[in-house]
Design a protein around this ligand. Structure first.
Ligand SMILES: [Cu+2]
Length: 372
């Protein structure tokens, strides 16, 4: 009876806060997001090939990290991720760009806005959704949302955010704080972008969401060493790989087993198995480059082949990423073709922290039928 009442109350509350993606209240723009935590089975190497070296994954060095054997989990792990829905009914998911991998949906707002996130934990363990912050987290409201329950987070974005010169947006991240290390390694992490007021506009009157004006395209990447051995869902990964608990006990003393569960990835893809990162010749693209991990060796150098980018007013093709970094760079691609984007730290490069991006030239031949 009590449970029924709780569910009814929860439903009633949800009805009240079920409103359009954007609204106004007390001169603040309200931005509503409906985000779940849900479990998936994720393959870090879905193409089944070492595309960097153009050779089978069974060859060194990919074998240790990607091939399932009786004593290795391989490239497939049980994970938890954030996903976005259209309303508090949580029935219609918003299409998620496969290029983002396990990264969560992009939470966009302008300085001075209020972000309201209705979080629904569809996973089987407690999780939450908080902006990365240095504040003490022990007493955070909504720190641990039990499976099957919802919680609404309200964030007031300060109106006095400082933006770098010639840059209309800054990046941040959100993550689960229920089990900080376990949930991060499980995949519960996503980007936040805060724009200068007046930047987010509807591309057409009927659009559901606003897009940033003056930025043709945005790309989000994360370089990270995910230690699946520390994930909240590691026991599920072990079970799904057919490894018994007795075998696991022995394996846990094997340093190579521990290493095989560290995935050196970009957007949760290794050895250039990434989903399409496509940019367009001559069209400005803003790259948000994130690093987020908690281990000492997790410092990365993001490096682009084929293009240079503007970074704090100077031109670069590499940017340093310390353990928790959110960097913003602007590129105007001027080299057609497929290029490498990878971490330049030797060991990470060897272990698969490499990807391709594609510069496509849009050419009009005159045969498209216009003007006839
Ligand atoms: Cu690296």
């Amino acid at each position: 009876m009590i449970i029924t009442l709780l569910v009814l109350l929860l439903n009633a509350a949800v009805q009240v806060i079920n409103c359009a993606p954007t609204g106004q209240e007390n001169n603040r723009t309200i931005r509503n997001y409906y985000i779940t935590a849900e479990e998936i089975v994720w393959n870090y190497a879905p193409m089944g090939w070492d595309n960097l070296r153009d050779q089978p994954l069974e060859n060194t060095p990919a074998k240790l990290y990607t091939v399932r054997t009786p004593t290795r989990i391989g490239a497939v792990y049980h994970k938890a991720i954030y996903r976005q829905y259209t309303s508090s009914a949580f029935k219609v998911p918003i299409a998620h760009d496969p290029g983002l991998g396990t990264l969560g949906p992009i939470i966009r707002a302008q300085a001075g806005d209020q972000v309201r996130i209705l979080f629904y934990n569809k996973a089987s363990k407690p999780h939450s959704l908080h902006p990365h912050t240095s504040k003490k987290t022990d007493s955070l409201p909504g720190k641990s949302v039990e499976p099957g329950l919802m919680y609404q987070y309200i964030w007031n974005i300060p109106s006095n955010v400082n933006f770098p010169v010639n840059q209309s947006s800054v990046a941040w991240t959100y993550a689960s704080k229920s089990n900080t290390v376990g949930d991060l390694n499980a995949g519960l992490l996503g980007p936040i972008v805060i724009y200068k007021p007046g930047t987010l506009v509807k591309p057409s009157p009927g659009s559901t969401f606003e897009r940033p004006q003056g930025i043709d395209q945005e790309i989000f990447t994360i370089m990270m060493t995910t230690d699946e051995g520390l994930s909240t869902y590691f026991s599920e990964s072990v079970e799904e790989a057919g490894i018994s608990l007795d075998t696991l006990e022995t394996l846990r003393t094997d340093p190579l087993f521990e290493e095989s569960n560290r995935m050196y990835h970009i957007n949760s893809y290794v050895f250039n198995n990434n989903a399409d990162l496509r940019v367009f010749y001559g069209k400005p693209v803003r790259w948000y480059v994130i690093a987020f991990e908690l281990e000492d060796e997790d410092v990365h150098t993001a490096h682009w082949h084929g293009s240079t980018l503007l970074y704090h007013g100077h031109r670069v093709d590499v940017v340093d990423l310390m353990s928790v970094s959110f960097e913003v760079l602007d590129m105007i691609p001027d080299n057609e073709g497929q290029w490498l984007f990878h971490c330049h730290v030797g060991q990470h490069f060897e272990a698969g922290m490499t990807s391709f991006y594609e510069v496509e030239k849009e050419e009009y031949t005159g045969d498209e039928g216009w003007g006839k």
